[in-house]
Ligand binder design. Structure first.
Ligand code: CP
Length: 309
């Protein structure tokens, strides 16, 4: 089985079988990063472009490593040193990149829908590396991979996602993916950061963090987007930390085996205490797994099958 689509734009349109295919394929690729020689020839001769219009540490680096470990040629374009600063449009930039015969473009952009817009106009595969408030599909895939690896399954688990749900593309992709895979999803945050329609997506909404965390198998904390503080969405950082920050005492209400997750970057002392952050290995394991998951996505979009991985 392979992926039938050219692009990976979001989790919303994916079936449980497609998600499972990516997670199973990533399991095979995880082993590559454990070897002395961290390379397989799966994408030899292919060219991959990282086109990031927003800052990134984890996603950009892991896409680059994933491509290189698959033997692709990988080029990073930093928009701040590209002709984007001279006013070149997104489409013109992408068309010029494609004119150099690339096979795959990985896009992060502040506008929701930018990767989809490109995917309809380019022959190359387009992978969404995070677009506006819309989706961050590979983050959700690596999160699901990590949960499945640590707890053995996704079906039937209770996952509490806490924080600025409104502006979080990570939350949106995880809600779609976890529900498709049979998990129960609780979302929690201040009322000003909970968008309408979450119940229609299948999530349960909480405004009290202790209740949201109670008995949860996974507590997924989101970054408080401090750049939005001026918008008056909450009274202050201290108040936010008191009501929606994860500390050891609050975590004690979750299941004994509960995983604490965070997509990064973390605001220590705001959404997560340093004590909690430093006592869970899972947050860095998410980052490790991101390379394997992105290898699987790139491989499957290139026409590879799980049997060939
Ligand atoms: N999780 C995540 O997307 O991190 P970066 O912004 O560093 O890529």
């Amino acid at each position: 089985m392979s992926l039938s689509t050219k692009d990976l734009l979001g989790i919303k349109s994916m079936t449980a079988d497609e998600i499972k295919l990516i997670l199973d394929t990533a399991l095979t690729f995880k082993d590559v990063s454990e070897r002395d020689i961290k390379k397989v020839p799966a994408l030899r001769g292919k060219t991959v472009i990282n086109l990031f219009y927003e800052a990134s540490t984890r996603t950009r680096t892991s896409f680059e490593l994933a491509g290189k470990r698959l033997s692709a040629d990988v080029i990073n374009i930093s928009t701040s040193t590209s002709s984007v600063v001279k006013g070149e449009t997104l489409l013109d930039t992408a068309r010029n990149i494609e004119a150099m015969k690339c096979d795959m473009i990985i896009v992060r952009h502040s506008c929701s829908g930018a990767p989809e817009y490109l995917s309809k106009r380019l022959k190359s595969s387009v992978i969404n590396a995070g677009d506006g408030f819309h989706e961050h599909p590979t983050q959700a895939l690596l999160d699901m991979f990590t949960i499945r690896e640590k707890l053995g399954k996704l079906e039937g688990l209770t996952v509490a996602i806490v924080g600025d749900i409104m502006h979080s593309r990570v939350a949106r992709s995880n809600i779609y993916g976890l529900i498709a895979m049979g998990a129960k999803v609780r979302v929690c945050g201040p009322p000003t950061m909970i968008p309408p329609g979450l119940e229609c997506m299948g999530a349960q909404v909480y405004y009290d963090m202790d209740k949201a965390v109670e008995g949860a198998d996974v507590v997924m904390m989101l970054r408080l987007q401090l750049e939005r503080q001026a918008a008056g969405l909450f009274p202050g950082v201290r108040e936010y930390a008191r009501l929606f920050g994860l500390n050891q005492q609050r975590l004690s209400g979750a299941a004994k085996h509960a995983l604490v997750m965070h997509p990064g970057p973390m605001n220590r002392g705001v959404e997560i205490s340093s004590e909690v952050a430093d006592n869970t290995p899972v947050i860095l394991e998410q980052v490790t797994n991101g390379v394997a998951v992105r290898m699987a996505v790139m491989f499957l979009l290139s026409g590879g099958t799980k049997a060939e991985a």
